[in-house]
Design a protein around this ligand. Structure first.
Ligand code: FES
Ligand code: FES
Length: 161
C-alpha cells in the first residue's frame, strides 16, 4: 500500500494510481505510467529536460511532487500527437529545422515552447529566447531551436505575424 491515492487527467484521460508522498511527477510518469518521453537530467530544476504542463503551465517534473497533481490536468510530450499520428506543429517544426541531435532535451523544449505559444501565439525572437532560457541543450545549439519555434508559431497562427 502506497501513501497517496492519486487521480488526475493525463493527456486527456483519467488516471488513478497510488504513489509515495515523496515521489516526483517525473518518476511516476516514467516508472508507473511508462511515459518515458519526459526526461530526467539535473533533478534540481535547472535544465528543463523534465518539463511537462500542469493545468497548461510548464513545471519541472523532477521537483514537482506527484501528489501535487491531484485533480489536475497533466500534459506530456506523448499527449501532443493526434490520434491519427499527426505530429503537433511544434514537433514537426523541430524535425523540419533539424532542431535536435541526441534529442534528450527535445521533449522539454517542445513542452516549454507549447506553453509559450499557447499564451503568446506570435512571440518575437527575443521573447522566445527569454522564455526558453530555462531549457538547456548540450549538443544542438540554440539557433535551430529558436528557428523551429518561430516556424511553429507561424504554422499555428496561420502565417499571421
Ligand atoms: S531534470 Fe528537471 S529541470 Fe533538469
Ligand atoms: S539535442 Fe542533445 S541535449 Fe539538446
Amino acid at each position: 500500500m502506497r501513501d497517496v491515492a492519486l487521480k488526475f487527467q493525463l493527456n486527456g484521460k483519467p488516471v488513478e494510481i497510488e504513489c509515495e508522498a515523496e515521489e516526483t511527477l517525473a518518476e511516476v510518469l516514467r516508472n508507473q505510467l511508462n511515459l518515458n518521453g519526459t526526461k530526467i537530467s539535473c533533478e534540481v530544476q535547472v535544465c528543463g529536460a523534465c518539463t511537462v504542463l500542469v493545468n497548461d503551465l510548464p513545471v519541472s517534473a523532477c521537483t514537482y511532487l506527484a501528489y501535487e497533481a491531484q485533480g489536475k490536468s497533466v500534459t506530456t510530450i506523448e499527449g501532443l500527437e493526434k490520434p491519427d499520428g499527426t505530429l503537433h506543429p511544434i514537433q514537426q517544426a523541430f524535425i523540419d529545422d533539424f532542431a535536435f541531435q541526441c534529442g534528450f532535451c527535445t521533449p522539454g523544449m517542445i513542452m516549454s515552447a507549447k506553453a509559450l505559444l499557447d499564451e503568446n501565439p506570435t512571440p518575437s525572437r527575443e521573447e522566445i529566447i527569454h522564455h526558453m532560457d530555462g531549457n538547456i541543450c548540450r549538443c544542438t545549439g540554440y539557433v535551430p531551436i529558436v528557428a523551429a519555434i518561430e516556424r511553429a508559431a507561424q504554422t499555428m497562427s496561420g502565417g499571421k505575424k
